[in-house]
Design a protein around this ligand. Structure first.
Ligand code: GLU
Length: 478
């Protein structure tokens, strides 16, 4: 059987990162199995669905590199790919079910349905439909009402039996008899409901595997019932675990942005975001954490989905982003970093070799391109002393005063724009032997005197990149 999977977003908002992960899993599963990935827009909720949301969701998928083979803008043989354009298809199938006695027209008003529910609750029964229209003796009355132009809903006669779902992730799931009562397929206003559209579309679009969030697990019993009624083979199901926050609550804005768009705006790398999303609910066979999506397509396997809810950790995502930044080819990294540096920045007036060296120096310390300018300003170009408790302690040592005086004397008389690596090494050697210092007093004293900070990159790498006038200015603070 050829593999066909789908992502079926409702265009009622921006692309949620949970949705992006579902789309990604389907994309990878199709790739891994030489299958096709279909994008279907589930816009049956006409009030909440908006074309601009559809456009923005497709745009965000595209940004993430999650491309599909068929969709509203990529017609294939089984379109249209927007549910709002398929209403007649759903009506036709619903009518067929009515003709077969598997569904019926229901003319109950909302008040009657509400009363039915209340009565059932009172009697401790499940709030299932018990209206008269499910009985054959009223079918003729229903037909007359229809003929007279009255609008009725089409309701499915839920079989009285239990259902078993062999889920790829959750294993054997049993839905007991009586879990669901008769449910609506087409509302009296002519609009079809999600569970029905989903089955009709999955069937007609020849979907072989449904990979979606665990929040849809309970929908599958209604969907299995409809497959049965249509005499169609259901696809294989994989309900992947939900994303939760560190506090184990449903993912919300408190845990970080939930809309994919915001990650784009905050200039995360799409390759990093899909890498991280992939890890939330799936694991690499070699336990690798950093990879490019298309590099794992050949090993992507639904057996490696995890059952446990996945904890969304923004800090880890930032780390993954940093790892992806570091793995960029040198020229691209430089180009991207420069987009985030102010136009009139000191950086742009320096030589290419200086630029290359500072990028090499700081690339391991950044999680975002924009961090680079911060590192430049704070670790290289500032001329103040950044006072911390640790730094105050170093400043209080007599040896630090000796070191800064020594350095001031040596450096003040040097001309040029920078100290060379050799010059710095020689000064340091002389400092060591003249003052007879070693260990922490020597290293910390030198670092604090020259950088005004108690931490930072290797001095031998850092100092030759600091403009000499900055070094002189800083030493004059002592
Ligand atoms: N439109 C549904 C959603 O956005 C899709 C459910 C499904 O994949 O069956 O959650």
């Amino acid at each position: 059987m050829s593999v066909r999977v789908r992502f079926a977003p409702s265009p009622t908002g921006y692309l949620h990162i949970g949705g992006a992960r579902t789309a990604l899993y389907n994309y990878l599963f199709a790739k891994a199995n030489n299958g096709k990935f279909i994008l279907r827009v589930e816009d049956t909720d006409l009030e909440r669905s908006k074309r601009e949301y559809e456009e923005s969701q497709l745009e965000d998928l595209n940004w993430l590199g999650i491309t599909y083979d068929e969709g509203p803008d990529k017609p294939g043989d089984v379109g249209p790919y927007r549910q709002s354009e398929r209403t007649e298809i759903y009506k036709e199938y619903a009518k067929k079910l009515v003709d077969q006695g598997l569904a019926y027209y229901d003319f109950c008003s909302d008040e009657e349905l509400e009363k039915m529910k209340e009565q059932a609750m009172k009697e401790g029964r499940p709030p299932h439909y018990t209206g008269k229209w499910r009985n054959e003796e009223f079918f003729e009355e229903a037909a007359n009402k229809l003929a007279a132009g009255e609008k009725g809903a089409i309701r499915f006669k839920a079989p009285k039996k239990s259902y078993i779902l062999q889920d790829e992730v959750r294993g054997r799931v049993v839905f007991p008899e009586n879990m669901v009562g008769d449910f609506v397929l087409i509302r009296s206003n002519g609009l079809p409901v999600y569970n029905f559209c989903c089955v009709i579309d999955d069937m007609l679009m020849k979907i072989s595997h449904v990979i979606r969030g665990e929040d849809h697990l309970n929908n599958s019993v209604r969907q299995l019932m409809i497959y049965d009624a249509l005499n169609a083979e259901p696809p294989s199901f994989a309900h992947v675990s939900l994303l939760i926050g560190k506090d184990r609550q449903k993912l919300s804005k408190r845990h970080g942005a939930t809309s994919t768009r915001l990650y784009k705006e905050e200039s995360y790398l799409p390759s990093a975001l899909v890498n991280y999303l992939c890890l939330l609910g799936w694991s690499h066979p070699d336990e690798k954490e950093i990879f490019r999506i298309d590099d794992i397509a050949h090993i992507f396997d639904s057996k490696r989905f995890s059952k446990a809810a996945a904890i969304y950790d923004l800090e880890k995502l930032k780390w993954v982003n940093g790892m992806h930044i570091r793995s960029l080819p040198e020229d691209i990294l430089k180009e991207e970093i420069e987009k985030f540096i102010k136009e009139d920045h000191f950086y742009f007036k320096q030589s290419d070799s200086w630029k290359k060296s500072v990028i090499d120096l700081f690339k391991n310390q950044i999680e975002f391109f924009s961090d680079f300018e911060k590192r430049l300003n704070e670790d290289l170009l500032h001329s103040n002393i950044v006072k911390t408790e640790k730094l105050e302690e170093v400043l209080s040592w007599d040896t630090t005063k000796q070191i800064s005086d020594f350095l001031k004397n040596k450096i003040d008389i040097i001309d040029g724009e920078y100290l060379s690596k050799n010059q710095f090494q020689e000064i340091f050697k002389a400092l060591k032997s003249d003052l007879g210092l070693k260990g922490k007093p020597l290293f910390m004293g030198t670092r604090v005197s020259l950088t005004g900070q108690d931490h930072g990159p290797e001095l031998g790498d850092l100092i030759p990149l600091i403009p000499l006038n900055f070094l002189k200015k800083r030493l004059s603070n002592f």
